[in-house]
Structures are given as C-alpha cells and as structure tokens.
Design a protein around this ligand. Sequence first.
Ligand code: BG6
Ligand code: MG
Length: 223
Amino acid sequence: MIKACIFDLDGVIVDTARYHFLAWKRLAAELGIPFTEADNERLKGVSRLRSMEILLELGHITMARDEQERLANKKNGWFVEYVERMTPAEIFPGVPALLKDLRQRGQRVGLASSSKNAPRVLALLGLADAFDAMVDGTMIVHTKPDPEIFLLAARKLNVAPHQCVVFEDAEAGVDAALAAGMACVGIGSEEQLHRADLVLPTTGEFDPATLATLDVRQPRPTP
Ligand code: BG6
Ligand code: MG
C-alpha cells in the first residue's frame, strides 16, 4: 500500500527549472558554450557542481575545481535573483490542492530536492508547511540518480521505500526513485521519462484515486 508521496521541487511543484536553465544559459554564453534546452535535460535533478561539470563537458573545457566552484556560485547568484522575484502565482496549477488532498487521504507528503535553495523557494511560495518532511541539497552526499535523497526522505517520513511514490521531472530523478525501490510518476514528456511507472504532462493532473495502481514494487531485501 502506498503511504507516502515524495515530490521533487524544481519543475514539479513550481517552474524554477526554467530559472535554472536561464541562469546556466547565461553562464554558457559567457563561456562561449552553445547550450540548448535539450542539453539542459542532463542538468535537471543533479547538484550544482555536477551541473557545472556537465556544462564544461558540453563545451569540451577543462577547468580547475576552484574556478568551477566560482562560476557555479555566479550562476547561483543569477538563479537566486530570478527566484526572489517569484510569487505563489508561479506554483503549478492544482499543486496546492493536490498536496492537501493527499494529506486528507492519510498520505505522508515529502519534498526531496537536490537544490540548496529549496527552503528559500518553499518559503517564498508559502509552501513550507505543506510537507511532513523535507530533504534538500545540503543534506545529502550523492546527487540523483543516486537513491540517497529519496531513501532519506522515506526515513524522515517513517515509511518503507516500497510504500513511496516519487514525482519527478528529471531523468536522473526517475532513475533515483527506481533505484530506491519506489514507484515513480514522471512529470513531462513520455519520451524523456519513459522509465517512470506513469508519465503525466503536469503534476496537477495526477488523480490520487490512482495511487493504488502504483503499488507495484516489492519490499527491498534488508542488507
Ligand atoms: C535541482 C535542479 O532541483 O537542483 C537542478 O533540477 C539544480 O537543475 C539542482 O542544479 C541544484 O540546485 P541549487 O539551487 O542547489 O543550485
Ligand atoms: Mg526537478
């Protein structure tokens, strides 16, 4: 039985994935690296520094670690500027109602975002109290597609991994959810997210009545 729903933030709750893309594109332009929305798919869900590495791979550029960190911080400065201008109107349609509905049905509701800005974004959107547990990029060692973030969220929610459904817009996130032994609803294109158990164009379209059909996984063997 599914007992918990774990949501990614950027691109699932709110369109901050767009702001990440715009900030990376701005940095790419400074570095003379061509950078498209298709390239950006590889950056979704992964940590800031891993994103920096992928951008440099795309541009065939090698760079010292401290310089990579400086540029990733510069990108973050732009991202934070965009985000600070955001309002609750930018939450995806139907999401607050869905979170409320899931809780009313007795589901535990969690957030698992690779972003170190997640607490700030939630506060700006007035969603800080919408989740029973929250894991952000400051609390994990390994970035998605490693399952660490979702396993930690499940532990905080006090449910077993196979009792969780993850909502994800990133390929790395879908892979992380599956590696955690959880069911996964992909938000976005079927082509990109086909490994998910179900793919929907938007989060707000999810029908909580279908939760039972997602209960497809077996308990993971205890090590
Ligand atoms: C994820 C985004 O949620 O957070 C990635 O999908 C982003 O694009 C990552 O790189 C890290 O975010 P931040 O805010 O810590 O740089
Ligand atoms: Mg995302």
